[in-house]
Design a protein around this ligand. Structure first.
Ligand code: SF4
Length: 447
């Protein structure tokens, strides 16, 4: 049972030191009870109190770790219905299906293609995480061989998909070291699959015929000591499956239904006859509220938009993406290279640095902390003022790296030129283009 705000308050130090970001311990307790604060924000909670508070502060949807290595990930852990209320935490995991009757040489080629589906965006590497090894009924050895090859020879993590306990056991023996998700315990095999998952300490998917039918199953499995569950309401009809996602999320968050407080797995691959339609359906579940979305295949025209959608939905709306303040060297600049300045909004940085790189002109790019705002917004909000920029240029160390005294400011911040000049006596302040796309021509024309 979750604790109330007052019950939590009784376990806090009651010093009102404000270090957690709110004025009183009572306010912090209330935030903790409503899932708006993390227990870690208070450094003074005793270990004993921590234990008692663990349940109250645990997210209503359990976070489940999946896989090992560079593509290890987690699903669940969500605390809100709508992204604007706080943020969504663990991005929907994207998976493709590999049948256990896939020829191993063909699998080799497929893995190389899948591995190449990686996209750089605002400094992040966007890529899918999982492959579902689907039992084609061709025996435990074939299933295990495919699982082993993926586990050992690729970065991908796995879902082992069979309802045959002997086949699953063979898959665990060969690929268990990569912490695969076992799919799936059903009413018919829950005891056997529950015991297998418990013994191997692996996450287990639970499949039923409806949301209601999931409840006794997850209760049974948690009663066996299993915690890391992923749930499948069984629907392969688009509308019903979406309704199930919403019902599960609401039940866990609003009604505190612990039996449904787990991330979900959905199968667009079983709801459409072609990849285009699958992609559209998958897009819907990325937005609402698929924990793992299983496609029949990965193709760049399908994957890239899904990864991008995922990036946008799972970015904290209250914290713009930023890059670290500092000096960035582009195209090996020297002491005579031009010096440009911009803000630390990630999109601004990557567009500006990309254009400078494309120009092939060596340059120094100074990135000033503007709390993640773009140039025009930062200027309007007083976070990219002339005196701030001038002070930053003085402090950042660029003066030790160049022997000229010229600073190029963004065209959108032309109004700060006078103030920067005042802060940097002797320097020439040049107003650059407004649009980053015009930077290459601007820089080349100066050579
Ligand atoms: Fe109270 Fe802890 Fe917050 Fe300090 S940091 S006000 S002790 S809850």
């Amino acid at each position: 049972m979750a604790l109330t705000g007052i019950q939590i308050f009784k376990l806090l130090p009651k010093t009102n030191c404000k270090e957690c970001g709110v004025p009183t311990c009572l306010a912090f307790a209330m935030n903790l009870a409503s899932g708006k604060a993390e227990l870690d924000s208070c450094p003074y909670v005793s270990d004993e109190a921590k234990e008692q508070l663990a349940e109250a502060s645990a997210p209503p949807i359990r976070p489940v770790a999946l896989g090992k290595g560079v593509r290890k990930t987690a699903t669940g852990g969500e605390t809100v219905l709508y992204r604007h209320e706080k943020t969504f935490f663990n991005p929907t995991v994207l998976a493709a299906t590999v049948s256990s009757d896939t020829d191993l040489a063909a699998l080799d080629t497929k893995l190389k293609i899948y591995n190449a589906f990686q996209y750089e965006r605002v400094g992040l590497n966007l890529r899918p995480e999982l492959l579902v090894v689907k039992d084609a009924g061709n025996g435990a050895d074939a299933f295990a061989a495919v699982a082993e090859k993926i586990a050992k020879e690729s970065e991908f993590n796995l879902v082992l998909m069979t309802e045959d306990a002997a086949v699953m056991k063979a898959g665990i023996d060969k690929a268990g070291f990569k912490r695969p998700l076992l799919y799936a315990a059903t009413e018919a095999n829950a005891d056997e699959f529950g015991a297998m998952a418990k013994e191997a300490e692996l996450p287990l998917a639970v499949k039923a015929d409806s949301v209601e039918a999931l409840i006794p199953l997850t209760e049974k499995l948690t009663g066996m000591g299993l915690k890391d569950l992923v749930i499948d309401s069984g629907s392969r009809e688009i509308k019903q499956a979406l309704e199930d996602q919403v019902a599960i999320r609401r039940a866990a968050l609003k009604a505190g239904n612990k039996a449904l407080g787990f991330p979900t797995i959905v199968f667009p691959c079983e709801m459409a006859s072609n990849l285009d339609m699958e992609t559209l359906i998958a897009g819907m579940y990325v937005a609402k509220y698929g924990g793992i979305v299983v496609m029949s295949d990965f193709a760049t025209e399908s994957l890239f938009p899904l990864l991008l959608e995922r990036l946008n939905i799972f970015t904290d709306p209250q914290r713009p993406m930023t890059v670290t303040e500092g000096i960035f060297e582009i195209n090996n600049p020297d002491e005579n290279s031009p010096v440009l300045v911009t803000t630390n909004f990630a999109l601004t940085y990557f567009i500006v640095s990309g254009e400078i790189e494309a120009s092939k002109v060596p340059a120094w790019l100074l990135v000033k902390d503007s709390e993640g705002l773009s140039v025009l917004t930062a200027w309007a909000a007083g976070k990219f003022g002339g005196d701030d920029v001038g002070l930053f240029v003085k402090k950042c160390g660029i003066m030790d790296k160049v022997k000229h005294q010229e600073l190029i400011i963004p065209g959108y911040a032309a109004a700060i030129a006078g103030d920067v000049e005042e802060e940097l006596p002797g320097w020439t302040i040049t107003v650059g283009p407004r649009e980053a796309a015009h930077l290459p021509a601007f820089l080349k024309a100066r050579k």
